[in-house]
Design a protein around this ligand. Structure first.
Ligand SMILES: [Zn+2]
Length: 357
C-alpha cells in the first residue's frame, strides 16, 4: 500500500457523520499539523493555514469531513433501535446493511433489519420500506440490554465498509469517499506545497455538517474572508447501468470533473476557464458535469461577504450516499496535480482579474 492508499484507508475508515466529526478531524489534524498552522471555527471545522510569498490572495480549499449516516433516536422495549438519517439516503440502499453505533462504552455493531422474502406477499415485496419503519438490530432481546451495551439516544450510527483495493488494481471501494476524498486532497496539496513557493496564503478547511445543509462552510470562512475558493468533492459517476448520459456523463478513470452548475451555485466563469486552460496545458484530462439537484459547500462560501470566486472540482465516484462507493486512482492523482498547479498560479493579478466589473 502506498502513502495515498494508506491515507485513504485512514480517512475513510474513521467515523464522522454530521455533528460527530471528531474522529475524522483527528486524522486531518495529524496530517496537517506537520505542514500547516492549525485553526478552528466554533462548529467543529478544522483549518490548516500555510503562508506563501504573499498575504493576498487568500485561497480556500474546502472538503467536508462528515459522511452520511444515522443517529439513534429511540430504544424499543423489545431491544431494537429506531434512528433518524443524517444526510440524504434512499430507502432501498439501507436494508440489511451493517452499521456500527459509536457509544460512550465503545463500538456497538449491528445491522439495519429487513424482513425475509419468504414472509412477503407479492405486493409487499415490490413496496419500498420507509425509513421511519426501519430499525437497527444489535442482537439484543430487550431495551435494557441495548442500554447496557452502552447505546444512548443521540449516539451516531456509521456504515461499515473497510477500505478495499479492488481486483483491477486502480479502483478502490470504501465508505465516506463523500467527502474524505476532498480531505485527502487537502492533505496532499499541503504536503506537496510544504517546501514549494506559492504567491498567496493557502487555507485547507475540513468543514462539518455539509450533508445536513453546508453549515460548517458558513462558519469556517467567517474569519478567513477568502478571495478564491476551490471546493473539493466527489462527483456522481454515471458509467453504471441505470444512469443515462444526460443524467451524468461522468466516467471513472476519465479525469476529475469541473462542476458547471448545481442547485446552489454558478461557478465563477473566469476561474472555471482558468482551471480548463491549466488542465489543457498540463495534459490533465477533465470532465464536465451539471447537477440539477443538490449543492456543495460552494453554496455558502461563494456568497460570503461580497462574494467569493468559487469552483467545484470533483473526483468521479460510483454509488455515493450508499454504504460503499468506488473511485479510480487516476482521477484522484489528476485532481491533485491540477490543484497544485492552480494554487501556484493564483497570484494577486490573476485573482483581481476574476471578478467582472
Ligand atoms: Zn459531499
Amino acid at each position: 500500500m502506498d502513502s495515498t492508499e494508506k491515507l485513504f484507508m485512514e480517512l475513510t475508515e474513521v467515523a464522522g457523520v454530521p455533528g460527530y466529526e471528531a474522529e475524522a478531524r483527528a486524522v486531518l489534524r495529524k496530517h496537517l499539523e506537520p505542514v500547516a498552522k492549525i485553526e478552528h471555527d466554533k462548529l467543529g471545522s478544522i483549518i490548516g493555514v500555510k503562508a506563501g510569498s504573499a498575504d493576498f490572495p487568500r485561497i480556500v480549499l474546502a472538503g467536508h469531513m462528515d459522511e452520511v449516516g444515522f443517529m439513534a433516536s429511540m430504544i424499543t422495549d423489545d431491544g431494537f433501535i429506531r434512528f433518524v438519517p443524517l444526510g440524504g439516503w434512499w430507502n432501498q440502499v439501507m436494508l440489511g446493511q451493517r452499521i456500527v453505533i459509536k457509544t460512550s462504552k465503545g463500538d456497538v455493531p449491528g445491522l439495519i433489519g429487513a424482513k425475509p422474502p419468504h414472509l412477503m406477499e407479492a405486493d409487499e415485496a415490490k413496496k419500498l420500506v420507509e425509513k421511519k419503519d426501519m430499525y437497527i438490530d444489535i442482537g439484543a432481546t430487550s431495551g435494557d440490554q441495548v442500554r447496557q451495551s452502552g447505546v444512548r439516544l443521540g449516539d451516531p450510527v456509521i456504515p461499515i465498509c473497510p477500505f478495499t483495493v479492488l481486483a483491477p488494481g486502480k479502483t478502490y471501494m470504501a465508505k465516506a469517499w463523500d467527502d474524505r476524498l476532498g480531505c485527502a486532497l487537502i492533505v496532499q496539496v499541503f504536503q506537496r506545497l510544504a517546501k514549494a513557493d506559492h504567491p498567496n496564503t493557502l487555507y485547507g478547511i475540513g468543514t462539518v455538517q455539509e450533508e445536513v445543509g453546508t453549515r460548517g462552510a458558513k462558519t469556517s470562512v467567517h474569519n478567513i474572508n477568502p478571495d478564491v475558493a476551490i471546493i473539493l468533492e466527489v462527483d456522481i459517476a454515471g458509467d453504471v447501468p441505470g444512469i443515462k448520459p444526460e443524467e451524468s456523463a461522468i466516467k471513472l478513470g476519465k479525469g476529475p470533473s469541473l462542476l458547471l452548475y448545481d442547485a446552489g451555485m454558478i461557478p465563477n466563469l473566469r476561474l472555471r476557464d482558468l482551471v480548463i486552460s491549466l488542465a489543457e496545458k498540463a495534459k490533465i484530462p477533465l470532465q464536465f458535469s451539471s447537477m440539477r439537484g443538490g449543492a456543495t459547500d460552494g453554496r455558502m462560501i461563494h456568497v460570503h461577504n461580497e462574494g467569493v470566486p468559487t469552483v467545484v472540482l470533483g473526483v468521479p465516484t460510483r454509488h455515493i450516499h450508499c454504504h460503499a462507493g468506488i473511485i479510480h486512482r487516476d482521477d484522484y492523482d489528476h485532481a491533485l496535480e491540477l490543484l497544485v498547479q492552480l494554487v501556484k498560479h493564483l497570484d494577486k493579478r490573476t485573482v483581481e482579474g476574476l471578478t467582472d466589473r
